[in-house]
Design a protein around this ligand. Structure first.
Ligand code: ADP
Ligand code: ZN
Ligand code: MG
Length: 484
């Protein structure tokens, strides 16, 4: 951090759009599935033909409320849908149905941690709205100078989650966004995929001198389709604003587009004429009244959320925070872990293997735990062989690799590969005696105080057993036979 940056602090507020994973759209029966043939999932309602009536999808309401509950919001009893009027080619109605004065969730808060410090981020509101279509300018599909419109996305349900300007660093923004993604995935209300645009983030940022309480002029960053991009764009923009102030100039209110390839942001438009969306209540939709009892039902349906589950993993399984954090990073990974522990009841052994070899395979193959080829039962069978001393941990790694591509059980693989560990005391003792007879000089040196030679003897016995002797037993027999 430079000295000039040290004099300033950044103020950041995030607006996150999450596409709800309902089967159908928010006001019609069209499929909301991603990736279909362009314009194949439309109807008169989502195309905004005259005389049609939108009907609200209850699932979208349920999903929005769940997110509100997970972020400690108040759920509004009275809800009104409003028309937000603007013209754009991918918005055939000429307005977007959204919520203005009466969002479904208000006044929430979440906690994020960066560098071991906790920060409370207030949520101003979460509102429900419909998405617009997509304009395609891609030169692979479109002749120069023209664009195409795909209206499949028109009417897809979104929630927009708006924070108060409570974030202070790009790292906090990264942590917040990562938490929001984790929450929507735990709740199974959105796939959280930023590359495909199911989760999109606009970042508002201003800077001010430290100690100042007034907010500075903000700019808005768009087009960041990964957590890293959001963090990088904010770092870039904060530096740009600080440089402007340091050179005696002022920050102009603007919208900027982040360009990840150059690592810079281009100003898209300056100080928009104050938005005039002419919001008014949509006369086609009735007021939405949300009963307290309905909210209570949904609250009961919520899964155990990440922070609670992480703490429980520490309390119940005696795991270090580091393990608990990674194991609960996704609901599915946490489930996989708990299922396995339920079978073999050795929390730390399972954790070590999940954090080590399982995650390595997921990363290498770029797959999710639900696509991981070793079921909890087969995984537990392998870990049981280790715990019972039947195979060494290096043998276990070999078996693990085979399990990835074979349907055979760990037991069968161990037998076929001849990996059973020798734990028979008398067999090991006779190998130990052979080794000691072969190295009389080393035995003498050991007895004269060169006890570091123990490792040498263990190594020799292991070699004699072709790696199959149980090293713990080898060690204890050696100590006994070498003791004066
Ligand atoms: P707009 O009218 O431009 O949409 P809002 O008041 O609705 O602005 O705020 C949009 C987002 O910008 C919110 O997340 C809010 O916390 C954040 N925000 C508002 N003012 C500032 C500021 N001066 N600096 C940084 N963020 C801000
Ligand atoms: Zn439709
Ligand atoms: Mg706003």
């Amino acid at each position: 951090m430079t000295i000039s940056e040290d004099k300033y602090e950044a103020v950041i507020g995030l607006e996150v759009h999450a596409q709800l994973s309902t089967i159908t759209k928010i006001f019609c029966g069209c499929s909301a599935r991603f990736g279909a043939e362009p314009n194949s999932q439309t109807c008169p309602v989502c195309l905004g033909m005259p005389g049609v009536l939108p009907v609200l999808n209850e699932k979208a309401v349920e999903f929005a409320i769940k997110m509100g509950l997970a972020t400690n919001c108040t759920i509004s009893e009275h809800n009104v849908f409003a028309r937000k009027n603007y013209f754009y080619p991918d918005l055939p109605k000429g307005y977007q149905i959204s919520q203005f004065e009466h969002p479904i969730c208000k006044n929430g808060r979440v906690e994020v941690e960066t560098d071991g410090e906790k920060h409370t981020i207030r949520i101003n509101r979460i509102h429900l709205e419909e998405d617009a279509g997509k304009s395609v300018h891609d030169e692979d599909f479109v002749d120069a100078g023209s664009s195409l419109v795909d209206l499949n996305r028109c009417g897809t349900p979104l929630i927009e989650i708006v924070t108060e300007p409570d974030l202070r660093t790009p790292q906090q923004a990264h942590a917040y966004l990562s938490l929001i993604r984790q929450l929507v995935r735990y709740l199974r209300i959105c796939d959280g995929n930023m590359e495909q645009g199911s989760l999109r983030c606009d970042a508002n940022v201003s800077v001010r001198r430290k100690g100042e309480t007034e907010l500075g002029t903000k700019t808005e960053l768009k087009n960041m389709n990964s957590l890293r991009n959001v963090e990088n764009a904010l770092t870039y923009e904060i530096q740009r604003q600080v440089s402007l102030l340091e050179s005696g100039r002022t920050v102009e209110q603007a919208t900027l587009l982040w360009d990840p390839s150059s690592g810079t942001a281009q100003i898209m438009r300056v100080k928009e004429e104050a938005h005039d969306y002419r919001y008014f209540p949509d006369p086609d939709l009735v007021r939405l009244e949300i009963a307290e009892d309905y909210v209570r039902q949904l609250k009961k349906m919520l899964p155990e959320l990440p922070a609670v589950r992480r703490q429980r993993f520490m309390d119940q399984y005696g795991l270090p925070e580091y393990d608990a954090e990674i194991l609960t990073s996704s609901r599915e990974l946490a489930d996989y872990y708990e299922q396995t522990v339920k079978i073999i009841n050795d929390a730390k052994l399972v954790s070590n293997w999940v954090l080590g070899d399982v995650l390595r395979v997921l990363n290498d193959k770029k797959i999710e735990i639900k696509e991981f080829p070793i079921s909890e039962i087969r995984f537990a069978e392998l870990l049981k062989l280790i715990r019972e001393g039947k195979i060494s941990s290096s043998a276990a790694k070999k078996v693990f690799d085979v399990l990835l591509t074979s349907d055979k059980s760990a037991d069968v693989i161990v037998k076929e590969m001849g990996l059973i560990q020798v734990s028979d005391d008398s067999a090991i003792e006779s190998m130990v005696k052979e080794v000691l007879a072969e190295y009389p000089d080393e035995v003498n040196a050991y007895k004269n105080g060169k006890t570091g030679l123990i490792g040498f003897f263990v190594g020799q016995v292991m070699r004699k057993s072709a790696g199959k002797a149980n090293p713990k037993i080898v060690n204890s027999i050696l100590l006994r036979l070498l003791s004066p």
